[in-house]
Design a protein around this ligand. Structure first.
Ligand SMILES: Cc1cc2nc3c(=O)[nH]c(=O)nc-3n(C[C@H](O)[C@H](O)[C@H](O)COP(=O)(O)OP(=O)(O)OC[C@H]3O[C@@H](n4cnc5c(N)ncnc54)[C@H](O)[C@@H]3O)c2cc1C
Length: 577
């Protein structure tokens, strides 16, 4: 849920130098002018120019490396993309895929000076939950206001909500630093691995017996169980129940789904407060653009329209890549931001990997079933059940927040059960925002856009477009929203509907999972993506995994890109000493 503090709209990192590079990093690479005659074309090659790839590229370039980014699409950004999907409306901009930012650590934002490179974030407003009886529960980022708004539904829950948010926030504060740490190799008795384990134990020292119990429950319980423990009213449970399901292939009654509530309560978009979310000015492509600027200013070379077909391996070491055009580019370090399964089985090749690794990567779950719907609107529809006068742009506070479709945990579960049985949900769940209410750069004056993240359709729809069925599902999502936003249907000028097939074929999101691998507890921390390889390394020396399917992903966190760079530097330093 929305955290305690909004993200800043502007930079507070003027003059940050990059004190974050490992000591001696600069001396580990030869200056570019010394390269003629070098055995490799580059010091490092990054596969994929999503935000993780761009962040890794910026860090390598800042460290003095000669670095090349190869991106298969004609543009950078990957899931962090702004597009103009309607040729007849070239000035209508939408966040094509991801739509809110909030998981990127302040440390990464500062190291790349993203605010100086144009990143600007508008804080996300309240969560609103329209209910079948015509009422609407609005949950702003203010404890007292939440208490007042919940009280008509349940006075008991009004008090519990404040305690619940504090409780989740406290656990997030403890767990969040672990996301910035390489997970320990559990089971290994090597001194460096034991040291990593000790570091985790040190982080967790802030938890007492009760805290450990709470955390254990969060990792193992279902979201519904957790919410039943805290609240009595379905209306109050609804927003967290939807949140727990976002990006998941599991309903809120499945064990382990409570964890997603914690995962999405973490992050720090730059103001030091864990849990805030916000809209990026210019859409999510604005974040990719800032990362690209940081990379290019530091000297990284970025080539788009260059798909990598294979990672070159010589004697169990990375040697470079082969592109779709057949060109070979050599480098001793290859960082892949492609889905871990595709990196292993397609780019490296199972014949070069240990059987156990292949078996584990084949087990890595990556099912989705999400549909992204972007709408261009002639005007903002007003929400039934909220007594608020719009400002002169037609904007109410809830337009700056998100509107949840899914009035109870049971409703959310039913949507999932239907998709499991092979049918798209008749009553879908969704998280909808109006980014143009906060950001006037997206649409021409007076017009707006709506971003809807909806679930579920069967994840198996990655096999073919299922175009008519995906469009019919989108019709249903819009019809459900129109019941509480009565002007919605008439306001639609254009729409873009993106289904599981599009996500897999366009971006390489295996199984359509938006996080590059499910966020289930059995594949988090030391298990993500493969036990023994959660340290961003792979069985091939010099090949690193910096995708959202690594620890610290999924989501727009940049942590895998950051950590893969740190590991590559540690390994390089080891070879140089
Ligand atoms: C619809 C949707 C909504 C989401 N909403 C949110 C949200 O609101 N907030 C949030 O935090 N997260 C959200 N996520 C998740 C988040 O966007 C991703 O986890 C994250 O952006 C992934 O970043 P990445 O850099 O690891 O990979 P990607 O962004 O997937 O980038 C990988 C890049 O690699 C390229 N590539 C693939 N194969 C090759 C190849 N062989 N050769 C060269 N290039 C290749 C791809 O074209 C792509 O550009 C959403 C995701 C989706 C799909």
């Amino acid at each position: 849920m929305n955290g305690s503090q909004p993200a800043p709209a502007t930079s507070d990192h003027e003059g940050v130098r990059s004190p974050f590079l490992p000591r001696r990093a600069r001396s580990l690479f030869s200056p570019a002018k010394a390269r003629p005659g070098a055995s490799s074309d580059y010091d490092a090659i990054i596969i994929g120019a999503g935000h993780n790839g761009l962040i890794a590229a910026a860090l390598f370039a800042q460290a003095g490396a000669h670095v090349l980014v190869l991106e298969g699409r004609e543009k950078v950004g990957g899931c962090t993309d702004t597009s103009t999907p309607w040729p007849e409306h070239p000035d209508f901009h939408v966040s094509t895929y991801s739509y809110v930012a909030g998981l990127m650590p302040r440390r990464i934002i500062a190291a790349l000076r993203l605010y100086e490179h144009g990143l600007r974030i508008y804080p996300l407003g309240p969560y609103s939950v329209p209910l079948p009886d015509g009422r609407c529960l609005v949950l702003p980022d203010d404890a007292r206001a939440c208490r007042d708004n919940i009280a008509p539904f349940s006075p008991r829950d009004a008090e519990a909500w404040v305690r619940y948010e504090e409780w989740l926030g406290r656990l997030a504060e403890v767990i969040w630093p672990l996301f910035l740490q390489v997970p320990p190799k559990l089971g290994s008795s090597a001194p460096s691995d034991l040291l990593d384990l000790a570091k985790v134990a040190w982080r967790l020292r802030r938890l007492d017996v009760r805290g450990v119990a709470d955390l254990t429950r969060l990792f193992t319980a279902s979201a519904a169980e957790l919410l039943d423990h805290w609240f009595e009213s379905d209306a109050v449970k609804a927003a967290p129940a939807v949140t727990s399901a976002i990006g998941s292939w599991a309903g809120p009654y499945a064990s382990g789904t409570a964890y997603v509530l914690l995962h999405l309560s973490m992050g720090d978009p730059g103001d030091g407060h864990v849990g805030g979310w916000g809209f990026v000015r210019g859409g999510m492509g604005g974040l990719a653009a800032a990362c690209r600027r940081a990379a290019e200013l530091a000297g990284a070379e970025i080539r788009t329209g260059e798909r990598v077909e294979r990672i070159l391996v010589q004697g169990e070491r990375a040697a470079g890549v082969v592109t779709a055009s057949g060109a070979q580019v050599h480098a001793p370090i290859v960082v892949s931001t492609v889905h871990p399964r595709a990196t292993a089985l397609k780019l490296i090749g199972r014949e070069l990997l240990p059987d156990e690794y292949v078996a584990d990567i084949e087990r890595f779950k990556s099912r989705g079933g999400a549909v992204k719907i972007n709408l261009a609107l002639a005007r903002l529809p007003q929400l039934v059940g909220v007594d608020e006068r719009p400002d002169d742009r037609g904007v109410c506070s809830y337009h700056r927040g998100s509107i949840e479709l899914g009035p109870s945990p049971r409703y959310v579960q039913n949507a999932f059960d239907q998709a499991v049985s092979g049918q798209p949900a008749t009553h879908p769940i969704a998280d909808a925002t109006f980014p143009s209410a906060s950001d006037d750069s997206l649409m021409p004056p007076g017009l707006h856009c709506m971003s809807i993240f909806a679930q579920w359709v069967p994840w198996q729809w990655v096999d073919e477009p299922h175009r008519a069925q995906v469009e019919a599902f989108a019709d249903r999502v819009i019809a459900h929203y129109a019941q509480t936003l009565p002007g919605l249907a008439d306001a639609i000028l254009a729409r873009q509907v993106i289904g599981p097939y599009d996500l897999e074929t366009e971006l390489g999101l295996v199984g359509g999972n938006v996080y590059g691998g499910e966020l289930s507890v059995d594949q988090m921390f030391h298990m993500r993506p493969v036990p023994g390889y959660a340290d961003y390394r792979t069985p091939i020396n010099g090949v690193y995994n910096a995708s959202a399917g690594a620890h610290g992903g999924g989501g727009v966190s940049g942590i895998p890109g950051w950590q893969a760079f740190q590991q590559a530097m540690r390994d390089r330093k080891r070879r140089h000493t």
